[in-house]
Design a protein around this ligand. Structure first.
Ligand SMILES: [Zn+2]
Length: 500
């Protein structure tokens, strides 16, 4: 009998079965349907997946995901929450891959309310932020940033300057709302160290133990050679006092996300002096934030310098997973139930929206075509993966998940034909877009989309609206160096003396 050819998917399934056999010995089976799962948990690396699965109180039977979905999934429960843990296929990483997993998960598990992105990252220690190996960083809004910044999305300007563009959503308020409770308990030395207790769940796997040394070298001292720092001179170490306190110190703030692996202390320190003040660098979050409501939890495994090695990978992944477990145990089930699921968001939306500007979109096919007219999918797969299905399906209201609207997106990516159709459909050109912090005209001016600016002004956009103190449309156009838009706005009556 001829042997059936083993496909890539078969191998993945075998691989997933082996992982589970060794990492979750006390598997409990229970019949649940896809609709019972409300929390997504996303990992990129094997050690992240392994330690995440060990945080489950119970593991349940596998369910059939969408057939086009190549991710590995484990199903289980943490406290009152039913959780789907998804892992990217082996060897796949980066912001675009993360966007893909988000899209696949949304399709396979439409009742999920939000996701946790759990894994490792390179830390950025500064005098202000004593970020160390094995610490955890959680994405939370800071200044004008929502918690994650995509540092490599933007334009290269003459003179070597890089202008960052694009704005990422912050974590959902209901998740942010639980953090003060978690932090208070964790800061109170009278309370048990619950994250340390969760870490003990992997005591039977020596690979995951806390490594003995945490070496931070001076910025100008490069790694000598080898897979660890045994040949590096200890006299170049930066002396740091013992931390004391909890086993896993946790930092809250901005996470820098991009597609390149940062292994250079000088570049790292350059970021420390930037307006972002990131606490760590990683490679997936930017692909998720605008695709689904998400909070990012990162264990620090290196200092993003040439001394980077794998020694801390497993423990750092475990620390992040332990924090994520504690977050879910602190989060009440009623809070999760209060969040809209993807499917509700798209099919039960009210035709008269209170948040967005897409009151009516009668010409759904036309809008879809308008979006396809420009090859923006090729230009921006991260946005493309998100916008097209939602825009076409959600002809009534866009998305309360991301609190954004078709007009917002069309202005954001600079698609004048879509802006025109959406406005003809009854959208308000002067609505405030909360996710960005400004009017459609401010967004288009900020990002240099000249045709969109013309379209908005022609259809009644007020050139003197000022959303949130970042600047008027005119100020934003000047700041971005968009001369033509500056002229158009002035001609349309923009006040040159306005202050934000
Ligand atoms: Zn070294």
């Amino acid at each position: 009998m001829p042997k059936r050819k083993c496909s890539r998917n078969d191998l993945r399934k075998d691989d997933a079965a082996i992982r589970k056999k060794y990492n979750t010995p006390d598997t409990t089976k229970k019949g649940l349907s896809i609709d019972d799962y409300t929390v997504g948990w996303i990992c990129a690396l094997q050690e992240e997946y392994d330690s995440s699965c060990r945080m489950l109180d119970e593991e349940f039977d596998d369910l059939e995901a969408d057939e086009a979905d190549d991710n590995s999934y484990t199903f289980g429960r943490i406290g009152p929450h039913y959780v789907v843990i998804g892992c990217l296929p082996t060897g796949v990483y980066g912001t675009n891959s993360a966007a893909r997993i988000a899209r696949d998960m949304a399709r396979s598990f439409p009742r999920l309310r939000f996701a946790l992105l759990v894994g490792i990252a390179g830390g950025l220690p500064t005098a202000e932020n004593d970020v160390r190996l094995g610490n955890v960083v959680v994405s939370t809004p800071q200044g004008s940033f929502g918690g994650v910044v995509q540092y490599d999305m933007g334009k290269q300007l003459p003179g070597g300057c890089f202008q960052r563009t694009g704005y990422l959503n912050g974590p959902p308020d209901k998740l942010l709302g639980v953090l003060p409770v978690l932090r208070r308990r964790y800061n109170d030395p009278r309370q048990p160290d619950r994250i340390a207790e969760h870490i003990q769940r992997m005591n039977d796997m020596p690979d995951y133990r806390h490594p003995a040394t945490d070496c931070l070298y001076h910025t100008d001292y490069p790694h000598q050679s080898g897979t660890n720092c045994s040949l590096c001179d200890p006299k170049y170490l930066i002396p740091r006092p013992d931390c004391g306190g909890r086993l896993v110190p946790v930092h809250y703030g901005t996470i820098a996300s991009g597609n390149s692996l940062i292994k250079d202390a000088a570049i790292r320190d350059e970021f420390a002096r930037s307006e972002m003040y990131p606490l760590c660098f990683e490679m997936e979050a930017a692909g998720l934030m605008n695709n689904l409501p998400c909070i990012v939890i990162r264990g620090i495994c290196d200092y993003a310098d040439s001394h980077k090695n794998d020694v801390w990978h497993k423990y750092a992944a475990l620390a992040a997973a332990a924090y994520a477990r504690e977050l879910l145990l602190t989060l009440k089930q009623s809070k999760v139930a209060g969040l809209p699921s993807w499917v509700e968001d798209l099919s039960h939306a009210s035709p008269t929206t209170s948040v967005g500007c897409s009151r009516v979109l009668p010409k759904k096919a036309c809008v879809g075509d308008a979006f396809r007219e420009k090859s923006w999918i090729g230009d921006s797969p991260r946005l493309g993966a998100h916008i097209e299905p939602r825009l076409i399906v959600g002809q009534k209201r866009f998305s309360t998940v991301t609190n954004q609207s078709p007009l917002y997106y069309a202005c954001f990516i600079g698609l004048a034909p879509a802006v025109s159709l959406i406005l003809e459909g009854g959208a308000d050109p002067n609505v405030y877009c909360a996710a960005y912090g400004g009017s459609p005209l401010e967004i288009a001016s900020h990002l240099g989309h000249e045709a969109v600016v013309r379209e908005l002004l022609a259809k009644g956009a007020n050139p003197n609206l000022c959303g949130n103190g970042i600047g008027t449309a005119l100020q934003r156009a000047v700041f971005g160096g968009y001369e033509a838009i500056t002229g158009i706005l002035l001609a349309a009556g923009a006040n040159p003396n306005a202050t934000p």
